[in-house]
Design a binder for this molecule. Structure first.
Ligand SMILES: Cc1cc2nc3c(=O)[nH]c(=O)nc-3n(C[C@H](O)[C@H](O)[C@H](O)COP(=O)(O)OP(=O)(O)OC[C@H]3O[C@@H](n4cnc5c(N)ncnc54)[C@H](O)[C@@H]3O)c2cc1C
Length: 362
């Protein structure tokens, strides 16, 4: 997110941009899913803008973002879930996207012949959703930004305070002053805000991942396949990634993997994806989602501190929305009209008591 903002600001002609990053964030752990199937208008529009930008990414940055539209298949287990997916399709259509459609069990068998369909009553599928390569997207924005003169400081921000109209940024490698600071600290955005006395309601949420041994058990064309209880999988290169969201642990920044979770996800894979029955799990890891209370990004000036601009809280969709949010942030920071109406993402919505309704696909 930070490198996307820096790239777009530099392209807009802003000079003297410094990106401070200690590394080790969530982007390195992301699954690489991209979708425009969302249940709220602003998220659909962010995805559509991002998709346009992914298609032009190589020209814009010189790097292939790996957009591979293998599809996203959401599976309903009840009629109510089917209706919920159908309602999301209406939202997508209202945004001009007719890519996704309702599918029946026969379609599911055709689209994902590797799964058992017991308990599946239908779903939705879009062939333009699919996969992206998070680290290549970051590399594209980073290298483009550096070429445009953006400076890089591999360091930790340890303090943030206001002083005579500017912000003082203390880091593990010296102090800097800036007219504006962009907080793109992902799951750690709240602690960076707290340094300046600003409450940013972004909290970490652990997401665990199991990675199989190299296998050709599933076709590379297999879509991201999401069961109604959250279990989902994708083929990445010659491995399969298995995920199953859980509630957070006691320590919200804990990224250890629970062995019971690993056993459960392996069992689900064996049962529901028969070609994986004999495919062992090679490794596991976990990373952090950056959750906002209404599961929508925060984009705009911080409530109570104008010089602090927030681009965070994407709630697990930050890689796919980084192209759009970086462009929008740069437009707003340079006083231009943003390409999308992003009023619903204003950070002040929580203080106003007007968060967005939470609408999930399943
Ligand atoms: C398992 C998993 C799967 C995911 N799958 C997907 C997916 O399929 N598609 C998708 O779009 N998203 C996915 N996500 C979410 C995605 O990873 C995040 O939304 C995205 O990476 C957020 O990008 P970011 O730049 O805001 O945060 P990050 O990548 O976390 O970058 C923030 C950076 O700020 C640094 N930082 C924080 N505090 C400080 C400080 N005080 N000083 C200096 N630096 C600091 C961090 O160390 C980090 O390097 C997934 C996440 C996980 C964990």
């Amino acid at each position: 997110m930070g490198w996307s903002v820096a790239h777009h600001l530099a392209r807009a002609g802003v000079r003297r941009i410094l990106v401070v990053d200690r590394g080790g964030g969530s982007t390195e752990r992301a699954t690489g899913g991209f979708r425009a199937q969302f249940a709220t208008e602003v998220n659909v529009r962010l995805s559509l803008l991002s998709r346009d930008k992914l298609l032009a990414f190589q020209d814009e940055t010189g790097v292939d973002p790996g957009y591979h539209p293998a599809g996203y298949l959401f599976l309903a287990a009840t009629e109510a879930q089917k209706r919920q997916l159908g309602a999301a399709l209406e939202v997508q259509r209202a945004c001009g996207s007719t890519d996704a459609a309702q599918v029946d069990v026969e379609d599911v068998r055709r689209l994902a012949p590797c799964i058992r369909t017991e308990g599946v009553v239908g779903g939705t599928f879009s062939s333009r959703d699919g996969f992206i390569r998070p680290l290549e997207i970051r590399r594209g924005y980073l290298e483009s930004a550096l070429r445009a003169g953006v400076e890089r400081l591999d360091a930790e921000v340890t303090g943030l305070s206001r002083r005579e109209g500017v912000l003082r940024v203390e880091t593990s490698s010296g102090m800097h002053e800036a007219a504006t600071v962009v907080n793109a600290a992902g799951a750690w955005a709240g602690s960076v805000g707290a340094m300046a006395g600003v409450e940013i309601p972004v909290t970490p949420l652990r997401r665990q991942v199991a990675r199989t041994v190299p296998t050709s058990a599933l076709a590379a064309s297999t879509p991201m396949t999401i069961f109604a209880d959250g279990f989902h999988f994708r083929v990445r290169d010659d491995h399969v990634l298995l995920l199953w969201p859980t509630d957070g642990g006691v320590d919200p920044f804990d990224v250890s993997v629970d062995p019971e979770w690993t056993a459960r996800v392996a069992g689900a894979a064996r049962e529901r994806v028969p070609p994986l029955a004999e495919v062992a799990i090679a490794s596991t890891y976990a990373g952090l989602y950056e959750m906002s209370p209404d599961e929508h990004a925060l984009l705009g000036r911080a409530h109570g501190l104008e010089q602090l601009f927030l681009v965070n809280g994407s709630s697990g969709h930050g890689v796919m929305h980084a192209p759009a949010l970086g462009q929008l942030a740069a437009e707003m920071l340079t006083g231009r009209r943003p390409s999308l109406d992003v009023h619903t993402l204003r950070p002040s919505r929580f203080a106003e008591g007007r968060p967005n309704p939470i609408r999930r696909l399943l």
